[in-house]
Design a protein around this ligand. Structure first.
Ligand code: ZN
Length: 199
């Protein structure tokens, strides 16, 4: 039972469907929107519609984009021979934000997960293999997460790519800055040791 006017109820209901937003937060947001001026509310509504109407997948790397090919694939300054394979668009953004990687990407849109019924055919793996025929790639960096699914996917891809005489590398995972060895779990420590390099 709610005593609000119907449009307010509808807004609260719509907002509370968002992840991490409970009824209380939803009504706080709804009243914030109600108090804001019309142009602010219109900008919010427009922004929501824009992502649904304008965002699609890049036909080359499958990154989210509003232009095809995406801005990274269009960038002539990028190293064209090196591909960094990531699970999702958020991983791409995280790597991009470091400013360290100058190559291009391939977004898988998930990981192989037999438990959840996700097989290689559900990911952009066929599309990755097709890129090797079209493009001259010398190195593939596998930047999937250090989870069971991420490791499984990396191994699967390694088996597919190695026979093509393309160098396959895996990003090194280690102990996060500020944390301590004695509190690190076994997988983190193993990866830290495996990813060691000469100093
Ligand atoms: Zn792209």
């Amino acid at each position: 039972m709610s005593s609000y006017a119907k449009p307010i109820d509808h807004l609260i209901e719509a907002l509370s469907k968002l992840p991490g937003i409970g009824k209380k937060t939803a009504s706080r947001l709804a009243f914030h929107i109600l108090r804001s001026n019309l142009s602010e509310a219109q900008a919010l509504a427009r922004a929501i519609l824009d992502v649904k109407e304008k965002i699609r997948l890049c036909s080359i790397c499958f990154n989210l984009t509003d232009e095809d090919p995406c801005w990274i694939c269009q960038d002539e300054q990028r190293v064209r021979e090196v591909l960094c394979v990531v699970e999702g668009p958020n991983d791409l953004i995280a790597i991009e934000n470091t400013g360290v990687f100058k190559g291009r990407y391939h977004v898988l849109h998930g990981t192989i997960s037999p438990l959840e019924g996700v097989g290689p055919e559900n990911l952009k793996i066929k599309e990755l293999m097709e890129r090797f025929q079209r493009e001259k790639i010398s190195e593939v960096i596998l930047a999937t997460n250090p989870t069971v699914e991420g490791e499984t996917t990396a191994l699967y891809l390694t088996d597919l790519i190695r026979p093509l005489s393309i160098k396959v590398t895996r990003i090194a995972y280690g102990i996060p800055m500020g944390s301590e060895i004695e509190y690190s779990d076994g997988m983190t420590l193993t990866k830290a040791l495996e990813g060691r390099r000469e100093i």
